[in-house]
Write a protein that binds this ligand. Structure first.
Ligand code: C2E
Ligand code: CA
Ligand code: CA
Length: 404
């Protein structure tokens, strides 16, 4: 029985519905599984089956047959429900492992891999299992790491104004140096924890580190804008809102920017629009990040309180693959600017990319060609070493912040 049916049934008919489901599901399994199958209850809605006399070579055929059998309707309180069975399986022969606990763990690992996919069955896969173990270790270690300034840090990547070529903004990028596993990609961390409470703890830490960086810069009379990446889930939490408010008070007016990805917006446009409006009311400017990875539709953006869009680096990669794409990027940029957005182009990796930007004419440019992400001490040095930036004093930076 799928989890949704169980939850909805419980909400509508009460806990007896779940009890009846369990009894009927077990009866169904006993009825449909091959003879000599040993069945155990594993956890809610999950059963462990030891199916004898199936050899590895025949597993797939046998599983297909079993799935077919299990998909027949179950009658619960006079209503027929179609089960949606999912099987994670392991053959003791492939692993050469007779350890019962390990076998159960392998089968559970396979089941976890299959959740959220459309596949009805999946075999244990050592590589996926190792990844799962790594994810679990990292998620367990993250709360400790968040308290350790050596492990969780921010790097900052300059964004320059395309006309003046001055750095007007720094994007804060998470870095985690795990003591055993080394550098962990921020993209992976976020995707693993995004729907857990750890996401908010991480974002709170990121905002604190951004505030610290802004303070370091202000002692040097430097006030570039500071952009933090937010997960769309962050927008639902008061404590993130409060921390962002604190950050706006700690920084100069208009200095703080929040970046939110286009794909996140599409998930729940109306609710996220309210969250973004709340940020705008705090005086925070909004960047729509990775524009082009999702729908690339400019029409819905006009409904959002955003100030800028960041053209995803895939635009530049596509132009490299086929120059005809140049017109598309230039066209999107022109329309976005006409709609009142600033356009930042990401992933400007080399001189050739930089030349392409001359044609696209974005408002701002970001990429390795300008500078790689770096720790705050190096940023200060980078800003100081650029002659044309040296000429711009505090007033210069502040002037730029009022233009954007
Ligand atoms: P993003 O927000 O799109 O950040 C830009 C990514 O592109 C960064 O990767 C940056 O190092 C990389 N990059 C910059 N210039 C170039 C270039 O010229 N070429 C190439 N190939 N790459 C370039 P990074 O630091 O690995 O971050 C990956 C993603 O992780 C970020 O993508 C963002 O979505 C997420 N992320 C990073 N830090 C945070 C954070 O503090 N909070 C949240 N929620 N997400 C974060
Ligand atoms: Ca970003
Ligand atoms: Ca981006």
């Amino acid at each position: 029985m799928n989890d949704y049916t169980l939850q909805a049934g419980e909400a509508v008919q009460g806990s007896n519905f779940v009890k009846t489901c369990i009894v009927e599901s077990v009866a169904h399994l006993i009825n449909k599984c091959p003879d000599k199958t040993l069945l155990y209850s594993h956890s809610k809605n999950v059963y462990l089956a030891i199916v004898k006399d199936i050899h590895y070579e025949n597993d797939i055929m046998a599983l297909k047959q079993l799935i077919k059998q299990l998909k027949s309707p179950i009658n619960i309180n006079g209503v027929e429900y179609l089960p949606c069975p999912k099987i994670g399986f392991v053959s003791r022969y492939i692993e050469g492992n007779e350890n019962a606990k390990e076998l159960i763990r392998f089968a559970t690992s396979a089941l976890i891999q299959i959740r959220g996919t459309r596949h009805p069955y999946i075999a244990y896969n050592e590589k996926e299992d190792n990844l799962l173990q790594k994810k679990f270790k990292l998620m367990s270690d993250l709360p400790r790491a968040l308290k350790n300034s050596e492990e969780i840090r921010l790097y900052f990547q300059p964004i320059i104004d395309s006309k003046s070529e001055q750095c007007i903004e720094l994007e804060c990028l998470l870095r985690w140096k795990h003591p055993e596993l080394g550098n962990i990609s921020p993209f992976s961390i976020i995707s693993w924890i995004e729907e857990t409470p750890l996401m908010q703890d991480l974002t709170l830490r990121v905002i604190d580190l951004a505030i610290e960086a802004a303070q370091v810069l202000s002692t040097e009379n430097m006030f570039p804008k500071i952009a933090v990446n937010l997960s769309c889930y962050d927008l639902y939490f008061d404590k993130i809102h409060d921390k962002l408010k604190l950050a706006t008070l700690a920084m100069s007016s208009g200095q703080l920017i929040a970046e939110i990805t286009e794909t996140a917006l599409i998930k729940d446009l109306d609710t996220i629009a309210i969250g973004l409006k709340n940020l705008r009311d705090l005086g925070i400017n909004i960047h729509i990040d990775d524009f082009g990875v999702g729908q690339s539709s400019l029409s819905y953006l006009t409904k959002l309180p955003a100030h800028s869009i960041k053209l995803d680096q895939s635009f530049l990669r596509q132009i490299e693959a086929d120059p005809a794409n140049l017109k598309i990027s230039a066209g999107i940029t022109t329309i976005a600017k006409e709609l009142g957005f600033d356009v930042i182009i990401e992933g400007v990796e080399c001189a050739k990319d930089y030349q392409i930007t001359q044609y696209i004419q974005p408002s701002c440019i970001q990429g390795y060609h300008i500078a790689k992400p770096m720790p705050i001490s190096k940023v200060v040095h980078w800003l100081k070493c650029n002659q044309f930036k040296q000429e711009k004093d505090v007033k210069g930076y502040l002037t730029m912040t009022t233009i954007i």
